[in-house]
Design a protein around this ligand. Structure first.
Ligand code: NDP
Length: 337
């Protein structure tokens, strides 16, 4: 069983050498009387939140990766053997698996059966999985959008951002995204239908860039990056704007977070700045599917994936999230069937 092993707790930016690919043995049969499920992993999801589990935590509510054990994350898999009444051999599932060819899922509550297979299976790591639910709940529930509003999204070409932008366009909003390369900016404008986009790495003055894109100010900011960008956005929010605080990837690898200086604008402008966690919305997954599956089937939404082939390339794919190497949702293919 080929596995991606977590070697040591990480400080600063994660490196490929914090992980190693090794082979061990595994039984593909469930023990008599156990309700575990054995799966063959097909697709693995690279998610920024995996960075949190790479640090040592004494908080009992927080589970760090264990040195010398495989990493864990969201993935798509096929059931090989099952002691659980809800799963049988051959079922396709998505949920939490190990970064390895085969996993024994001791707690099958963390996996969900896949019922719709007329769409690419890898989508269950992205648009039809955790990032899709994040974009859907974050935009429709947390941002409370209205037609015609001015919407700004950072890390806009990524797994979550590309969907928030398209949901906002479908709602009739004016949508601008930022990303970290010329190529990504072109994709936002030409493939994903954003009204405008800019490369934040080429802007010395983020405040000026936002004023250029939003001369009348921003109603909704979907924040994926935090830090300096959030600070500049606060200056450009309109009265009673909403900020959905989804993530702050610019801060994840810093020892000391960067200061936000413009926070008093929340008061002056009566801005609703609301943090949210996708796991609170998992009970609404079937409602989410009813909305998003037709959008995929009718080609009203596109979904960009960045595919790495094989477990050997998984560490580089994960580390690449923090340098912006990925264009779209970063997936690792372990096997195609
Ligand atoms: P992405 O697919 O967007 O990949 C990460 C991207 O972040 C990179 O491609 C890069 O794009 C950008 N990035 C990396 N470092 C920086 C930096 N220092 N400053 C600015 N941008 C940076 O990831 P996801 O879509 O999966 O996640 C996006 C955000 O959503 C993250 O903050 C994540 O933690 C959060 N999240 C929150 C959830 C919740 O429940 N609240 C659930 C899921 C995700 P670029 O080239 O544009 O720099």
């Amino acid at each position: 069983n080929k596995q991606v092993i977590f070697k040591q707790f990480v400080e600063g930016f994660p490196k490929e050498s914090d992980m190693a690919v090794k082979t061990s043995s595994i039984s593909l049969k469930v023990e008599e009387g156990s309700n575990a499920v054995v799966v063959k992993n097909l697709y693995l999801s690279c998610d920024p939140r995996m960075r949190f589990r790479m640090k040592h935590s004494k908080d009992p509510g927080f589970v760090s990766f264990q040195p010398s054990s495989p990493l864990e994350g969201f993935g798509v898999a096929k059931v090989v053997d099952s002691g659980h009444p809800e799963f049988k051999k051959g079922d396709l599932v998505w949920g939490t698996v190990g970064w390895e060819e085969y996993s024994v899922i001791k707690n099958p509550e963390s996996i969900f059966k896949i019922h719709h297979t007329d769409v690419p299976l890898s989508y269950y790591t992205g648009i039809l999985g955790m990032p899709g639910l994040t974009a859907w709940a974050g935009f429709y529930e947390v941002c409370a959008p209205k037609k015609g509003e001015y919407v700004y999204i950072s890390a806009a070409s990524g797994a979550v951002g590309q969907l928030v932008g398209q949901f906002a366009k479908l709602m009739g909003c004016y949508v601008v995204g930022s990303a970290g390369s010329k190529e990504k900016v072109e994709i936002l404008k030409n493939k994903l239908g954003f009204d405008d986009a800019f490369n934040y790495k080429e802007e010395h003055d983020l405040d000026a860039a936002l004023k250029r894109c939003f001369p009348e100010g921003i109603d909704i900011y979907f924040d994926n990056v935090g830090g300096r960008m959030l600070d500049a956005v606060l200056l450009n929010m309109r009265v009673q704007g909403r900020i959905a605080v989804c993530g702050m990837i610019s801060q994840y690898n810093l020892g000391q977070p960067e200061g936000v200086c413009n926070l008093m604008n929340i008061v002056y402008k009566r801005i609703h700045m609301i943090g949210f966690i996708v796991f609170d919305y998992f009970p609404q997954y079937s409602k989410f599917l009813e909305v998003v599956l037709p959008l995929i089937r009718e080609e009203k939404i596109v979904y960009l994936e960045d595919i790495a082939e094989g477990l050997e390339n998984a560490p580089a794919a994960l580390v690449g999230l923090f340098t912006g190497r990925n264009i779209g949702k970063q997936v690792v293919v372990v096997a195609r069937e």
